[in-house]
Design a protein around this ligand. Structure first.
Ligand SMILES: Nc1ncnc2c1ncn2[C@@H]1O[C@H](COP(=O)(O)OP(=O)(O)OP(=O)(O)O)[C@@H](O)[C@H]1O
Length: 256
């Protein structure tokens, strides 16, 4: 469904070239949940930006459903690291924004927004401003806003990074239940190996910059998954040790 064929991306910073990604190839099938993990600055966000069509690769091809991505990819929902909520709008009006842009009548878009607000567990907070919410609540508003347009693919850049452990678990279960319900293809970036394995059908490790795929393996843990208990299974431990060994090599070379 998503094909990255030998892509490279070089930026210019103060006139100097910075090679973020080099010769990276990756295939993502429909309905897969792929976790990308790797050292800081290895080009993970750049990868999502290229799939969403915000950036063009310097060389190589990005294809989505067999078509080359040459403009903003409207089939994907993209949750960036920053939540980008509009500070002057309440939760309902932030969530309903994508439908407002599409010109959907007010009553209809508010009904759709309220359904998703309920789905992410924020009913009762519809009138609150982003400044009145916790970090985890803001993430959930961002998730609801992204889901409102019913994208068939979700790109999530460190979606649960700054959350406390308990909230993280709740968000993990929420993501899996949304995925089960709507069947999206998901690509997400994380620094947390337990999170990567818990949620994914495949984990991909990027090398340090310039980023390329160092290692990839399927996570064949059965669904539905209990996000708390799955990590205590023998199969999870085996996958964890295998991937950790690969990551250790990568970070060792990075002296981290
Ligand atoms: N728009 C841009 N202009 C110039 N350089 C950029 C731009 N976007 C990214 N880069 C550079 O490309 C490299 C990769 O950045 P990117 O944000 O993709 O890494 P990352 O793996 O997502 O990092 P982190 O894990 O810290 O979020 C970095 O060196 C960054 O400075």
């Amino acid at each position: 469904m998503i094909e990255l064929a030998s892509i490279s991306k070089t930026f210019r910073q103060k006139g100097e070239p910075v090679e973020a990604v080099r010769n990276l190839s990756l295939s993502i099938g429909e309905g897969e949940i792929v976790a990308v993990i790797g050292p800081s600055g290895c080009g993970k966000s750049t990868l999502l930006n290229m799939i969403s069509g915000l950036y063009r690769p310097t060389t190589g091809r990005v294809e989505y459903r067999g078509e080359r991505v040459t403009a903003v990819n409207t089939s994907v929902g993209y949750m960036t690291q920053k939540d980008n909520l509009l500070p002057w709008r309440n939760v309902r009006d932030n969530v309903s924004l994508p439908l407002e842009i599409q010109g959907v009548p007010k009553a209809q878009r508010e009904r759709a927004a309220e359904e998703l607000i309920r789905r992410v567990g924020l009913d009762g907070f519809e009138e609150k401003l982003p400044s009145e919410l916790s970090g985890g609540m803001r993430k959930r508003v961002g998730l609801a806003r992204m889901l409102l347009a019913r994208p068939e693919t979700l790109l999530l850049d460190e979606p649960f990074g700054a959350l406390d452990a308990q909230l993280k678990l709740a968000m993990h279960q929420l993501l899996l239940s949304i995925k089960e319900e709507y069947g999206q293809t998901v690509l997400f970036v994380t620094h947390d190996l337990v999170e990567a394995i818990t949620l994914s059908t495949k984990v991909v490790i990027c090398s340090r910059r310039p980023g390329t795929i160092r290692y990839s393996r399927d996570v064949d843990l059965p669904f539905p998954r209990d996000v708390l208990n799955v990590r205590f299974t023998e199969q999870f431990g085996e996958i964890y040790n295998d991937i950790w060994e690969q990551l250790r090599q990568e970070y060792k070379e990075d002296r981290l």
